[in-house]
Design a protein around this ligand. Sequence first.
Ligand SMILES: [Zn+2]
Length: 319
Amino acid sequence: MTSSYHNIDVPFDYRHTCWFCGEPYFDSHAFMAVPNYDNQTLPIMLPCCQECFSFANGLKVSSLDLLRDKVKQQLHKKYHKHLQIGVNWTKEELESSEMDGKALEGFRISGWKMFEIAKDRVNYSGWPIYIDGLPCYDVTTTFQFEYDGIIYTSLNHAVTQLAALYAIPQPYLEQVIELVGREKMTYALRFCKTTYGYSPAERESSLASLRALLAEEQANALASQHSTTAQRDIALADIKELMLYRTMISPHAIHWALSRGIQTLAELAEYEEVFFEHFGKESELTAFTYFNGLQIYFEKRELEPLWAQNDDPNRALFQ
Ligand SMILES: [Zn+2]
């Protein structure tokens, strides 16, 4: 039998429901890719609720993934007020809140329900696309991003929505996420919300302090990691000062490194910031001189292993 379209298989449990959002069935959208990169020959019929049907009919996209994403984005947009309820309230707060007036009372009673319906619809994942019992289209969820129990079609989509929701300039939220990482959306939002002013200069200075804070956290994490594994008790008096290539290698610097288990150029590079933090308190120049000396010292030990083994006056302290 030939027909002019493909119906997708509908599992028993999903009869009469919308593939996009799970609401009751209204009509089927005939999906045809535009542009048609994959040489699709026949329209694929997707069961839709009334709303998703009208969203889908207005879209021209090259794949089913994109179609689903665009429909979801329209749902997000249309119901953003409902989705916001879950951000601003918990169920218990809403139920116990004392709202007066008819309209507000209605909100109190139905608000949470509206939130849950909207959330279920945007989060709904449809079912795998099969035609005549054969899998025919792998609809990817790789790019989806979940935050606070709500699924967004991508990180970018989440950023757009959340920036609008919290009245944060979107480029600013993007910059902060780039620094802290996409797993730390809560942190990023909190940081942006507590930023003092959004003028370019104010944003730049907040970003600078965030960078410094993150560098410090990272250094602390490294330091504590090292302190548990490699911290050693070494007396400053046991360390001999030495002169290499007309450069004095400070016992203080050597002591700092060895007591932290730092013995190679690579390890030293890893701790550069911690080092400057430590010695920079005295003076920038001291820190720099010490660091430079340590680099020369460690480099010589690496390039001349025989010297390191037999002639380095501190050789007994290296493990
Ligand atoms: Zn729908």
